[in-house]
Design a protein. Structure first.
Length: 187
């Protein structure tokens, strides 16, 4: 048995879970998420323990491989509809900044034009001090995808460290050109 897959997922108060054939729907205060369950993995709601139980019907390699994955995805759905997920990005560089424009964010990143980013449904963006962008949402995959798209607008360059990075991300800078000392100074 998968060590992760065999653990039941506790259902917090205020969260409704509905299993309809191969589809699971999780509803909570932050929204509603649904997912198709692939292969011979079965999902059931244990009303007595207030938990979701994930079992597998076969012992082949593919089923064993996705057993823990499905359990983790469902646990992320429960966490997303109760607490939500958040990623923080920071902008570094002279003149680089971001502005909130309704639900969208306007980026000034040293290009000849400004870039406006419109988040997909279910994901919200907020800007703090014109340099910190906070991405929030119930779907962990969507939050990570939006954060990666924003980071790709101006990736961190390797010599000065200018660009958009995750808060706390460490960037190794290249040393740049070494000065020529004593060689062919003319004269």
């Amino acid at each position: 048995m998968s060590r992760i897959g065999k653990n039941p997922i506790a259902i917090p108060s205020g969260v409704k879970v509905k299993v309809d054939g191969r589809k699971i729907v999780v509803e909570g205060p932050k929204g509603s998420l649904e997912r198709e369950i692939p292969g011979p993995v079965e999902v059931a709601v244990d009303e007595a323990r207030k938990a979701i139980v994930v079992t597998r019907g076969a012992e082949d390699r593919e089923t064993r491989a996705i057993h823990g994955l499905i359990r983790s995805l469902i646990a992320n759905m429960v966490t997303g509809v109760t607490d939500g997920f958040e990623k923080r990005l920071e902008i570094r560089g002279v003149g680089y900044r971001a502005e909130q424009q309704g639900a969208n964010v306007l980026f000034r990143l040293g290009f000849s034009h400004d870039t406006t980013y419109e988040p997909p449904e279910g994901v919200t963006l907020s800007v703090e001090n014109n340099l910190i962008i906070v991405v929030r949402g119930a779907d962990k995959r969507a939050v990570g995808h939006v954060a990666a798209e924003i980071r790709s607008l101006r990736p961190v360059e390797a010599y000065k460290g200018k660009g958009i990075r995750y808060v706390g991300e460490r960037i190794r800078l290249k040393p740049g050109k070494a000065a020529k000392v004593g060689a062919d100074l003319g004269g």
